[in-house]
Ligand binder design. Sequence first.
Ligand SMILES: [Zn+2]
Length: 427
Amino acid sequence: MGTAAQRTRANRTITVDFRSEATYFQLLGDRKAFLECVLAFLLSLGFQLTHKATCRGGGCLTRHSHYVRVRLGGLTIWRIQCTRCKAVFTVLPHFVLRYRQIRPEVARDALMATHGGLSLELCAVIGHISPMAIYRLVCAFGHQSLVAVLTRCGLPLPTYVLADEKHSRCLAENVYLPTIVSGRVIWHLGYTKEASAAALTQSYQEFQRAAFQHEPSYRVRGVLTDGFDSTTKSMRTLFPGARLGFCLRHALNKLPKKLAAIASPLRQSLRVKFHTLLYRARQRKSLRAFALGQRLRHFADHVTQNAGLANGECIRRWVQDKKAGWYAALEDPQMPAMSTLLDQAHNAIGRKLFAMKGFHHPGGSQQAFLMGLAHLYNLVPYQRRAKHAGQCGVEVEGGRLPTRDWLLNLQILTSGGYQRAAETLHH
Ligand SMILES: [Zn+2]
């Protein structure tokens, strides 16, 4: 079922770039040269193989066995084994997608079109590939966790994050996509049927678990949310020491809806006044809670004078409820003050989910599909006219990619048999 927590597959498949198919077939006949090529590729990536827990690597690799894949037109695939821990790694050449009959050229076009927001059905028309095949392809990449892939790129676990849920629909039901973003990278994209604190905690906990597995001392310093009660509660439960801030832009957008039965120009002028207040507060280098509290009180008085007692009271209660969160967002300069980048990620994912409506059914692999989309979001380079054109989110955040080819990167980075070499683990 789509809602079941998908565990990272303990596979030891590795994708290796053999440059050309001809080279691969040539190497198949030369045991020593084949192994040397694999090891040289590992070295160039700065990766190690994921040995068994008891093995520190360093053992000799032997070419273990080979088998013929009937589904791949009789292509020979080799497995290599660590002589020390006996872990077996399946070596997939770059021109083969794991468990798929689709050629990478076809997959590349279909995934790019999907990422661009074209429906799976239309991608299928262009690419002569069934919509279900594209769906399964995205799901296949989605079996590796975001934390595993991003840390393979050398990105440190994020200390300040944005967290929020996207509302979506699965047929007639409301569903939620709990999301954690840092800068231009999605670190978590979950799927829940409820918006309760318990359901959200369970989803966000998958991120926490993956992060602890990578770095047991991991701590989140600050979280920015829109102030939704369930999100706030789940963040408090999972990251007890973290500063919890509320998005300032969200507050600004919320203000006009709080003001009842007043003329539109007055509503607009109060919004401008509130905007100036928050803007000035952000500009101040050393802001004291007292100063912000005083300004917010003055603002509520101003509302009472101009928009009546009822509106003034409503704003006073709202301010009372949220000001600690606004102050938390303003107080620490490293804290993001606005959740704009998270909204952008949600809009991008939302377009794709809309485009794949036909596949959104209760028995689908929602979690794996979403994770696959998130990998694309992080790894596909931005378009020519975009800010950071030619770079992908991972690069913008300072991560290192294995190659210049995004699809090959996706294949390599979602290979379960790789991990970052020990000396590059600490930054
Ligand atoms: Zn080993």
